[in-house]
Design a protein around this ligand. Structure first.
Ligand code: NAP
Ligand code: GDD
Length: 373
C-alpha cells in the first residue's frame, strides 16, 4: 500500500507516518521549502527505505501535478497540510484561505484530473462548529456530524470550504472522499504556540530554572510576586550567602502569558486520532466522522492539572493574563459526540484528559532536564 501525506512535518503527519510505516505502507510526504530545518518530528523516519520526502506546496498545483504523476499507484491520500493556527488566521486570512481552504481543492482536483483511484482524507475541524451546539436529553451541550457549522475565524471558514468541497467530490466524482471532524488533539509533538504545549513547555523550563537556582545556592526563599511579570527568588535574610550576586545576574523567570482561560475544549491524544483517520479509509463507503473524547475542560482546568503534575497548587501566581493572546472572536465551547466513529469504525479514544496532561508535562520535563545534563 502507498500513501501520500500532506503536512508530513506537522504533529499529525508525523504520527500518521509512524502508524502507516508500522503497517508496512510506503509513505510519501510532501514538504515545502523552509529556511531552517523543520523535519524535527520525522527525523527518526529519515533513512527508512519505505519513507520518502518530496518537495511541494499545496498552494502550487504544478508541484502537486508532478508529485501525483510520479505516484500514480497511490492508494490513500491524507490532506493534513494547513495554516492551522486560529489566532494567526485573523492576521493572515488570505494565506490561511489559500492553504487551508483552496489547498484542499488543489489536491482533490489534481487527483481527479489525473484519473487516480485513491481514497482521500480531509482534516476537518471542530473549529467549524464555532458558536453552534446541540443539547442532549440531560441538557448537556455537544457537537456531532449533524450539528450545523457557525465558524468564528478565517481558519474555520477555510476549513468549512475544504469540508464542503470534499463532500462535493464524493458526490459528484464518486470519490472515496472522507472528512474527519477532529476535536483538539495534543501530545508531545504539539506545536509550541498552541495553548496546551505552551503551558507544558513553560512548566518544563520553569522547573529547570528553579533546579538551577537551587543548585547554585541553598537557603533560598521563593517570592512569587503577583504584581510583576517575573518570578524572582529572594535571599533568605537569615541566611548569610552571596546570593545577591545571583540576583544581580538576573535570577528572574518570566511568568506565563496567556489569553482567555475560560474556553472549553474537548482535548484528546493525537496518537489515538491518527488511528481514526486510517480507519476511515479502510471502510467500503466514504463518510464524515466526528472524532473526540466526549469530555470537555477549560484552559484553567488544563493549567491546574499540568501544574499538579509538578506539585504546584497555586498556579495562578505564575500566570499573566495578556490581551495580546485574546482573539477577535472566540469559540467558547467544544465537546464532541463520536458515536458514529464508535459504531462504524470501532474507534474510541484510549487516553484520558489526565493521561494526556501527564504525557505532555513529563515529556517537557525530560527535555529540559536533558538540556541541563
Ligand atoms: P500542524 O502541526 O500545524 O501541521 C501543519 C502541517 O501543514 C505542517 O507540516 C506544515 O508544514 C504543513 N503546511 C502548511 N502550509 C503548507 C503548504 N502551503 N503546503 C504544504 N504543506 C503545508 O497541524 P496538526 O496539528 O498536525 O494538524 C493537522 C491537520 O489537522 C491540519 O489541517 C489542522 O488544521 C487539522 N486539525 C488539527 C487539529 C488539532 O487539534 N491538532 C484538530 C482538527 C483539525 P511546515 O512544517 O512547513 O509548516
Ligand atoms: N494558542 C493560544 N495561546 N491559545 C490560548 C492562549 C495562548 O496564549 N491563551 C488562551 N488561549 C485559548 C484560545 O483563546 C482558545 O480558546 C484555546 O486556548 C485553545 O487555543 P489553541 O490551543 O490555539 O487551539 P484552538 O482550539 O484555537 O485550535 C486548535 O484546535 C482546532 C480544533 O478545534 C488547532 O489545532 C486547530 O488547528 C484545530 O482545528
Amino acid at each position: 500500500m502507498k500513501a501520500i501525506i500532506t503536512g508530513i512535518t506537522g504533529q499529525d503527519g508525523s504520527h500518521l507516518a509512524d502508524l502507516l510505516l508500522g503497517k508496512n505502507y510506503e509513505v510519501v510526504g510532501i514538504t515545502r521549502r523552509c529556511s531552517v530545518d523543520n523535519t524535527q518530528r520525522i527525523k527518526h523516519l529519515i533513512g527508512n527505505p519505505k519513507f520518502k520526502l518530496v518537495s511541494g506546496d499545496i498552494t502550487d498545483v504544478h508541484s502537486l501535478l508532478t508529485i501525483f504523476q510520479n505516484n500514480e499507484d497511490v492508494d490513500e491520500v491524507y490532506n493534513l497540510a494547513a495554516q492551522s493556527h486560529v489566532a494567526v488566521s485573523f492576521k493572515q486570512p488570505g494565506l490561511t484561505w489559500d492553504i487551508t481552504g483552496k489547498g484542499c481543492l488543489n489536491v482533490l482536483q489534481t487527483i481527479v484530473n489525473l484519473g487516480l483511484y485513491c481514497k482521500f482524507y480531509q482534516a476537518s475541524s471542530s473549529e467549524m462548529f464555532g458558536d453552534s451546539y446541540d443539547v442532549d436529553t440531560h441538557g448537556d451541550k455537544y457537537q456531532d456530524e449533524n450539528t450545523k457549522f457557525l465558524p468564528q475565524s478565517p481558519y474555520a471558514i477555510a476549513k468549512c470550504a475544504a469540508h464542503y468541497i470534499t463532500r462535493l467530490f464524493r458526490e459528484s466524482h464518486g470519490m472515496h472522499a472522507n472528512t474527519g471532524i477532529l476535536f483538539n488533539h495534543e501530545g508531545e509533538r504539539r506545536g509550541e504556540n498552541f495553548v496546551t504545549r505552551k503551558i507544558t513547555k513553560w512548566i518544563g523550563e520553569f522547573v529547570r530554572w528553579k533546579k538551577e537556582q537551587e543548585a547554585s545556592e541553598t537557603g533560598l526563599e521563593w517570592n512569587y510576586n503577583t504584581t510583576e511579570d517575573m518570578i524572582s527568588v529572594v535571599r533568605d535574610p537569615n541566611f548569610d550567602s552571596p546570593f545577591s550576586l545571583v540576583l544581580a545576574k538576573g535570577a528572574k523567570f518570566p511568568k506565563l502569558r496567556l489569553g482567555n482561560l475560560e474556553a472549553f475544549r474537548d482535548w484528546g491524544y493525537a496518537v489515538d486520532y491518527v488511528e481514526a483517520m486510517w480507519l476511515m479509509l479502510q471502510q467500503d463507503d466514504p463518510d464524515d466522522y466526528v472524532i473526540c473524547t466526549g469530555t470537555t475542560h477549560t484552559i484553567r482546568d488544563f493549567l491546574a492539572a499540568a501544574f499538579n503534575v509538578v506539585g504546584i497548587e497555586y498556579w495562578e501566581n505564575f500566570i499573566v493574563i495578556d490581551p495580546e493572546f485574546y482573539r477577535p472572536c472566540e469559540v467558547d465551547f467544544l465537546r464532541g459526540d463520536s458515536l458514529r466513529a464508535k459504531e462504524k469504525l470501532g474507534w474510541t479514544p484510549t487516553h484520558s484528559f489526565e493521561d494526556l496532561v501527564k504525557i505532555m508535562v513529563e515529556t517537557d520535563l525530560d527535555a529540559t532536564i536533558q538540556n541541563i545534563s
